[in-house]
Every structure is written in structure tokens, then in C-alpha cells.
Design a protein around this ligand. Structure first.
Ligand SMILES: C[S@@+](CC[C@H](N)C(=O)[O-])C[C@H]1O[C@@H](n2cnc3c(N)ncnc32)[C@H](O)[C@@H]1O
Length: 273
């Protein structure tokens, strides 16, 4: 990474790792791809050779984490678009939905929320690449631990009285339970028809030592599917649907030639208000 990225924190660097996994899958994953992110590689300050060398060393159960959660989320979002026109990407990292879907979004507005220093980096990177910031993307700088998501979104023009689709992918493990609850509470106060897709890292990852082996940032919160399901139900979400390992295997991983498998400890839960 260039010197500009050196000033970012370790947790910000996890967004580079997630994008490198999507970029590696785009360049080297077997067909059919689970998820096609043609922008991930460009947003990173890495050459194709560097991405390929990185991806070649990644174990299959880690390689699948980011493409699975993005694919599942965007499948759900495609269904939900008939009933809502706002997409809130919490902890967006180098998510490229706005860039990829630029000419297909109609009246949809995408609110990208991230920690201010990382978001500033991403915006500079988009500028350096000479890419147009899609006109339907609004940037919302917000630290989930220290700032009010509600007022950050309001400043960006978010319509709080209209339903929205929320994704929160690869982030909860880096947050305290207080910040997680506060953000889920905000989500639960959205109008009926709103939907969330959230990932968690299960406690088994700690017991197995899987997070330590990744060697990046220690996780702060481990949450089981049952705990997240209960939290969402208690907050008033009516249809709480964890993506089961069996369903994920059958829908996205059967017959693959590249050995990608369902990640054992990252779980994804969808819920509708
Ligand atoms: C592993 S990346 C995931 C990025 C993206 N959702 C994806 O799936 O590629 C974690 C993201 O969470 C963001 N993040 C971590 N802690 C945060 C906080 N306290 N407030 C706001 N964003 C945070 C990081 O900046 C980073 O973009």
C-alpha cells in the first residue's frame, strides 16, 4: 500500500483485505463466479500480480467469506428494491456497489457509512483513479463507537421516514457489544419493510484459533447466530432468517472447481421489519 494508506489503522486495513479477496476471486475464481467485483482490484493499490500472489496463499474457507456475504446481500437487495429506494452500507470499506451499478440504480440512493479516515482515503483513491463518484452515492463519515449514526445520515440527506436496506458486512467483530446494540437499535427504528443483512463471527472462531491465524486485527466481539437472531427478534424484526451453512453450500458452492467452501465461522443473518 502507498504511504497514504500507512496512516490508516489496522482495522481500516481489513477493508483492503476484504477487497483483495473479492479481487482475487474476480481474477482467479472458477466460473461461475460467486460474486463479480470488477472494481475491487482497481480500488486497491495493488497490481494484478500482487493480488494473484496474495490470493494464491489464502485458504479456501477464508477466500469465500467476502464473496459469499456480498453475493447473499446483493441477492436480497435485488428482491427488496421493489419496495425501497435507500441502501445504507454500514462499514462500507471498498464496497463498490455504487460504482458497479452506476447506470442501473434508478431512484436508489446509496449511503456509504465508514470511519472518517478510511472514507476519506477511499474518496481520494476514487479521485486518483479518475473515476466519477456515482451521483447516487452519498458518503457518510461516522465512527460507530463514538458518533451518532442517525445524525450523520441526516446530514447526508437520508430520509428517516422511508424504508431502507441495510448491510453490515464484516464489521461487528471489530466493535463492542454496546456499539453493535446501538446500531441495531437504530436499524430497528426504521419504517416497516426495511431490511438488514449483518454478518457475525461465531465464538467457535476463537476456540479454533482461526482469528489469531489470520494475523491481522484481534476481534472484539464474537456473536453466535442464536444471539444475533434473538437480538434482532427482541428489537422487533419479524422475519429473522440466518443463512444456514447447508443453504449456503447448496446455493453458492456446489460443484465448484476452485475448492471454495462455506466459511465455518462467519455467519450471515437477514431480517425484515
Ligand atoms: C473488514 S472491513 C469490511 C468492509 C466491507 N463491508 C466489505 O465487506 O468489504 C471492516 C470495515 O469496518 C469499518 N469499521 C471498523 N470499525 C468501525 C467503526 N468503529 N466505525 C465505522 N466503521 C468501522 C472499517 O473502516 C472497514 O471499512
Amino acid at each position: 500500500m502507498s504511504s497514504s494508506a500507512d496512516s490508516l489503522s489496522e482495522v481500516h486495513h481489513t477493508a483492503f483485505m476484504a477487497a483483495a479477496l473479492r479481487a482475487g476471486h474476480f481474477l482467479q475464481g472458477a466460473e461461475p463466479k460467486i460474486f463479480r467485483d470488477q472494481f475491487a482490484g482497481r480500488l486497491l493499490e495493488m497490481s494484478e500480480g500482487e493480488i494473484e500472489a496474495f490470493y494464491a496463499k489464502v485458504p479456501p474457507q477464508l477466500a469465500s467469506t467476502c464473496v459469499l456475504r456480498s453475493r447473499f446481500t446483493e441477492d436480497r437487495l435485488a428482491q427488496a428494491r421493489q419496495r425501497l429506494h435507500q441502501y445504507v452500507v454500514l462499514g462500507a470499506g471498498l464496497d463498490s456497489y455504487g460504482l458497479r451499478m452506476d447506470d442501473q440504480l434508478g431512484s436508489m440512493i446509496v449511503y456509504e457509512v465508514d470511519d472518517p479516515p478510511f472514507q476519506a482515503w477511499k474518496r481520494r483513491r476514487i479521485e486518483t483513479l479518475g473515476l466519477e463518484t456515482p451521483h447516487h452515492v452519498r458518503y457518510v463519515p461516522c465512527d460507530f463507537e463514538r458518533m451518532s449514526l442517525e445524525s450523520a445520515l441526516a446530514d447526508a440527506g437520508f430520509a428517516a421516514d422511508e424504508p431502507c436496506f441495510i448491510s453490515w458486512l464484516g464489521v461487528t467483530q471489530y466493535l463492542t457489544r454496546d456499539a453493535i446494540r446501538q446500531t441495531l437499535r437504530w436499524a430497528s427504528e426504521r419504517p416497516s419493510g426495511s431490511e438488514i443483512v449483518v454478518t457475525i463471527v461465531e465464538p467457535g472462531a476463537k476456540e479454533d484459533g482461526a482469528d489469531a491465524r489470520r494475523g491481522i486485527v484481534p476481534f472484539t466481539s464474537y456473536i453466535s447466530v442464536e444471539e444475533m437472531t434473538d437480538m434482532l427478534s427482541e428489537l422487533g424484526f419479524s422475519q429473522v432468517e440466518p443463512l444456514t451453512l447447508g443453504a449456503a453450500r447448496e446455493k453458492y458452492f456446489s460443484g465448484r472447481a476452485d475448492g471454495l467452501t462455506v466459511p465455518p465461522f462467519q455467519r450471515t443473518v437477514a431480517a425484515i421489519l
